[in-house]
Design a protein around this ligand. Structure first.
Ligand SMILES: [Mg+2]
Length: 121
């Protein structure tokens, strides 16, 4: 499973990457690869480079491009790569544009969301 992780905060990105690589689906044989992007613009570049991305997890508040703006781009320009938006802020407008919205740090909901995506691959 190839996960594109979009997060501008280095420590948060590395922590989540570590969790996804070492704990997420640890009981299964699923191999997880995490591709990092520090903002939406870099994420778009990575999507072009890696057509095998299975799912995107994106932060909302980032320089250059917000998570919602990335969601809109992904919906318009890809074959429906599932996109999970998470934020520390309660985003009321437009959060429904993402396939799944969750509050940052809610690892259980994130895991459930990724399992749902994985079962569809
Ligand atoms: Mg941020």
């Amino acid at each position: 499973m190839v996960i594109l992780l979009v997060e501008d905060h280095l420590a948060v990105r590395l922590g989540l990457k570590y969790f996804l690589e070492h704990y997420f689906l640890e009981d299964s044989k699923v191999k997880v690869e995490v591709i990092e992007a520090e903002d939406g613009k870099i994420a778009i570049k990575k999507i072009h480079e890696r057509p095998d991305v299975d799912v995107i997890i994106t932060d909302h508040i980032m320089p250059n491009m917000t998570g919602i703006e990335l969601v809109v781009w992904v919906k318009a320009h890809t074959q429906n790569i599932p996109i999970i938006l998470h934020s520390t802020e309660e985003i009321t407008d437009d959060r429904h544009k993402a396939d799944i919205f969750l509050i940052k740090g809610d690892v259980n909901t994130l895991t459930q969301a990724l399992l749902k995506v994985h079962n569809k691959i």
